[in-house]
Design a protein around this ligand. Structure first.
Ligand SMILES: Cc1ncc(COP(=O)(O)O)c(C=O)c1O
Length: 561
């Protein structure tokens, strides 16, 4: 049900009433100053209602709240040069709304989502851009409403797609990042963050296993774009003339049938063409068949195509499979093609000495995609493309815009990283990662990754031991656990009929689950396989009891289907 605005505002008032008395006092004082001396910020109107009640030393916080609620952005910094206390009070309320949200999100009794059909939701929440300015009270109400109807992705029972919980240190980093509002293109505007990026990139390259003088990287808006960077760098490496002269139609690239769709999308965007992105078959647990890869490369060469890029995946999106990296590296060496590892999802395994051997061969890659916003739990978004060949990122993307990248600056301009990117402005994704990583250290991550792997084993074993559940892969390599729930009504059917009927079961259970709002997990079909649940165990806040809950909840919803 929609909550009436007046009810929602009670929470905002509660929030302000927790303000430190000194803050409230100064809020009020500033309002008075504005009323008494409206020319302090000439040309900027003082909002109506400001200072309508005189402050005394024992001002009632509610009274102050009522007053501040009527203020506008013109009463805040920077529009009002004396608006610091108003600004502080406003931000304090926003932060209190966020505190409440975070606290509620971590309670099992809180719903994961409050689902409404789009047409209903449009009526429940006002999204219009108004002609007249809205006041701060209305803005605070908007903040609350937006959170109310958003999915609580940090909830320990949110399992839809990859969910990594809400790492509070990383979130604090994101708050600081937003406040600093730094553009990462040059050292002159981002001195500390540039050095920080450099430091973290070196640490990650070390984990990948490249040498001390090898490797470079760029943080990208997501793994899909990181993959595109890799294809582009590989193409520039093999065919440098294309940057200026455009492309021939002979280039082709390879990934597995289970590879992420962003490789195909990079082929489309970079003019290679989706028909020239070949998908190599996989084995029964979703790993690329290396012999089939080599056969396809040779076939392409015979047909006059120019194979130049192979993407192996370390942690496929659906089954979490890890392609045979060593064998694929051997093939790339023999066939003289670029070897890319899409470890967007699986890269986090490098943080655990116990799990790292699964990625053996990644150190032979020419490029690697690694998303700290997946297994490492950095807040969205945080993703990087690593290129082994130093200088190649710059060569590939450099446009040398002279309003940004003057060569005669007073510092070493190798720290101006912006021209390595396809983007111009670039978001600061490093601080939240750096802060979070320092909060855990290598030890903390090792534990976190190992614990999650144990949880995935626990969940798989529980499914196998529970009537009505069938796992798709008996021993998953990673944190993806895919399974069917088979309701009693179809358990006796032969496989053909059972699988035909199963197609509709997961969507029906998912719909009901979303209505209940108790938990959330994704489903999908795959080739011949009817719709199955795809569970990813990546939220360190999830407990075994939460996994048990999911098993019971699905069975409870599905038992009568
Ligand atoms: C293996 C793999 N590569 C790339 C991506 C794309 O990453 P992003 O969503 O950050 O663009 C995903 C996303 O799930 C993935 O699983």
């Amino acid at each position: 049900m929609n909550k009436p605005i007046s009810t929602i505002f009670v929470a905002s008032r509660r929030a302000l009433s927790t303000l430190h008395p000194s803050a409230l006092a100064t809020v009020s004082k500033t309002s008075d100053a504005l009323r008494d001396n409206p020319v302090v910020n000439p040309g900027i109107p003082v909002a109506s209602g400001v200072g309508s009640a005189r402050r005394t030393d024992n001002t009632d916080p509610k009274e102050v709240l009522n007053r501040i609620a009527k203020l506008h952005d013109t009463d805040l910094l920077p529009n009002n040069v004396n608006g610091w206390e108003n600004s502080r009070a406003f931000l304090q309320q926003v932060v209190d709304i966020l505190y409440d949200y975070i606290k509620e999100e971590h309670k099992r009794s809180t719903k994961v989502l409050d689902f409404h059909q789009p047409e209903d939701l449009k009526k429940m929440i006002d999204l219009k851009i108004p002609e007249k300015p809205m006041n701060l009270q209305e803005l605070l109400e908007s903040c609350e409403q937006v959170l109310k109807y958003s999915v609580r992705t940090g909830h320990p029972r949110f399992f839809n797609q990859i969910s990594c919980g809400l790492d509070l240190v990383s979130m604090a980093g994101e708050w600081l990042t937003a406040t600093a509002n730094t553009n990462m293109f040059t050292y002159e505007v981002a001195p500390v963050f540039t050095l920080m990026e450099h430091e973290v990139i070196r640490r990650m390259i070390d984990l990948i296993g490249w040498g001390p003088n090898e490797g470079d990287a760029i943080f990208t808006p997501g793994g899909a774009i990181a993959n595109m960077y890799a294809v582009n760098a590989a193409r520039h490496y093999h065919f440098p003339g294309i940057k200026a002269q455009g492309m021939s139609d002979k280039l082709c690239i390879f990934t597995s049938e289970a590879g992420h769709y962003s490789i195909k999308s990079a082929a489309a965007v970079l003019g290679i063409g989706t028909d020239r992105c070949f998908h190599i078959p996989t084995d029964d647990i979703g790993r690329m068949d290396p012999e089939a890869l080599e056969r396809k490369i040779e076939e392409c060469k015979r047909e006059g195509l120019q194979p130049f890029f192979v993407c192996a995946t370390a942690g496929t999106t659906v089954f979490g499979a890890i392609d045979p990296l060593q064998k694929i590296a051997d093939i790339c060496k023999r066939q003289k093609t670029w070897f890319h590892v899409d470890a967007a999802w699986g890269g986090g395994l490098l943080l655990s000495p116990e799990q790292k051997p699964k990625l053996a061969g990644i150190e032979r890659a020419n490029s690697v995609t690694w998303n700290p916003h997946k297994l490492m739990g950095a807040l969205l978004q945080c993703s990087a493309c690593f290129i082994r060949h130093d200088g190649l990122l710059m060569d590939t993307h450099q446009m040398a815009a002279d309003y940004l990248f003057q060569k005669d600056k007073q510092y070493d301009v190798k720290y101006d990283t912006g021209d390595k990117a396809m983007q111009c402005g670039r978001h600061n994704d490093i601080f939240k990662l750096w802060l979070m990583w320092r909060s855990k250290g290598m030890e903390g991550y090792r534990r976190q990754v190992n614990d999650l792997m144990d949880m995935a084993t626990y969940f798989t074993d529980r499914l196998k031991a529970t009537e009505g559940y069938e796992v798709i892969i008996d021993k998953p390599e990673y944190l993806n656990v895919s399974f069917w729930y088979v309701p009693p009504s179809i358990r006796h059917l032969d496989d053909k009929e059972k699988y035909a009927r199963l197609e509709t079961i997961a969507p029906k259970i998912k719909a009901k689950m979303m209505e209940r709002g108790t938990t959330m997990v994704g489903y999908q079909p795959d080739g011949e396989k009817p719709n199955f649940f795809r569970m990813i165990i990546s939220n360190p806040g999830t407990t075994k009891a939460d996994l048990d809950f999911l098993i019971d909840e699905i069975a409870d919803i599905g038992k009568d289907l």
